[in-house]
Design a protein around this ligand. Structure first.
Ligand code: PEP
Ligand code: MN
Length: 373
């Protein structure tokens, strides 16, 4: 059972103390408090764990500072929706709000290679009004002989260039908890010119120690990619690991599943799960058209497959698009063949906008259709 308190409830107030005293006296019930600090308000949720079937929702709703009570199922205690469409789990990081209602494009380099390419990318993003990007410094590669990313050595110039071009959030994969520390140190050293969304890649979705380490810090939000060979339920449980350690500032990423059934795409595109993840969880949902399609192939209508699947994900309500671009794809050290070119950025953003408007129109139409008389 979750007690959702009135917004901005002060933990030092008498009412809050009365509530906690009451809860402490309940037999066989433990409490766990979860605070979500947003731009405008702080939301406090108290999770009651134990024999909650003996507690009546009506009675608990009358306790001091309690706004609403939600009875939860066993799964996804923190990230889950639990049949309650009112509850949002939005967060604002570096002035950018992430929720199931927003949409942000994170176009950028799969892997950082040279300062020049980083700068060209960031400059193009600024010219097109973008404040988010992706930049890989730590790359998990299939072959031990492949380029592994520049690691911590590139962080200072990546962060400084981001600051120079007004980039506020960089999605950056980490494969070890040391990387979190290195990113933190480099941000400190450069004076926090930008922010980082820590990305947990598909190969690490069930790396529980990494999940716990990333979940223990709550300064940086997390983009958790769905595991490419496990069920959706298992991947959502991975997100719950992050939240249960204290960090519920999570975006859930769909990036395709590993099976030959999706050939000729690199992975089987799973963006039909966008609305499913929004129903099962309160997390914003990201789609990654680059790592699911894996090529620049195009259909007879001239649209790239990557653009087609992006539109499919966005028209289904996706909240974030993570997409590979490169100023000189032939020179990219990782995933050049799937990268879009900078002269395609405007086109890509416009195409996303068309799909986004179509999504909003579809929602409005359905709302009219289901409106109470
Ligand atoms: C990436 O986004 O660079 C990446 C490696 O993605 P994934 O973990 O989905 O393969
Ligand atoms: Mn890649």
């Amino acid at each position: 059972m979750i007690l959702i308190l009135e917004p901005n409830t002060d933990p030092d107030s008498d009412a809050y103390r009365q509530l906690m005293n009451f809860l402490e006296q309940l037999p066989n019930i433990q409490t766990r408090t979860h605070r979500v600090v947003g731009a405008e308000q702080t939301l406090t949720e108290i999770y009651l764990i134990g024999n909650t079937s003996a507690l009546a929702v009506d009675e608990m709703s009358t306790l001091p500072t309690v706004e609403r009570v939600v009875r939860i199922s066993e799964e996804y205690r923190i990230i889950g929706r639990h049949h309650d469409n009112e509850r949002s789990l939005e967060f604002t990081y570096k002035g950018v709000t992430f929720s199931q209602h927003e949409l942000h494009v994170f176009a950028g380099l799969c892997a950082v290679d040279t300062p020049k390419h980083v700068e060209m990318m960031m400059q193009a993003l600024q010219e097109h009004g973008q404040v988010c990007t992706r930049m890989g410094a730590y790359k998990p590669r299939t072959s031990p002989y492949a380029f592994q990313g520049h690691g911590k050595s590139c962080l200072p110039y990546v962060f400084e260039l981001a600051g120079k071009y007004g980039i506020r959030v960089i999605a950056m994969e980490v494969t070890h908890e040391n990387h979190v520390r290195e990113i933190h140190e480099a941000l400190d050293q450069t004076g926090h010119p930008t922010g980082v969304m820590l990305q947990i890649g598909t190969r690490n979705t069930q790396n529980f120690e990494l999940l716990k380490a990333v979940g223990r810090q709550s300064e940086m939000p997390v983009l958790l990619k769905r595991g490419f060979g496990i069920t959706l339920e298992e991947s959502l449980n991975a997100a719950e690991y992050l939240a249960s350690e204290g960090n519920s500032r999570i975006v859930f990423g769909l990036r395709g599943m590993k099976t030959n059934m999706g050939d000729p795409h690199r992975n089987f595109v799973d963006f039909a799960h966008v609305p499913v993840v929004k129903r099962l969880s309160r997390l914003p949902v990201c789609i990654d058209p680059s790592h699911s399609v894996g090529s620049r192939d195009r259909a007879p209508d001239r649209l790239l497959d990557a653009m087609h699947v992006t539109a499919q994900g966005v028209i289904a309500g996706a909240n974030m698009v993570l997409v590979d671009f490169h100023p000189v794809p032939e020179k990219a050290l990782v995933d050049g063949p799937q990268a879009l070119r900078l002269d395609e950025l405007a086109l890509f953003l416009q195409d996303v906008q068309i799909a986004r408007e179509a999504y909003l129109n579809r929602v409005a139409l359905m709302r009219e259709h289901t409106a109470e008389p």
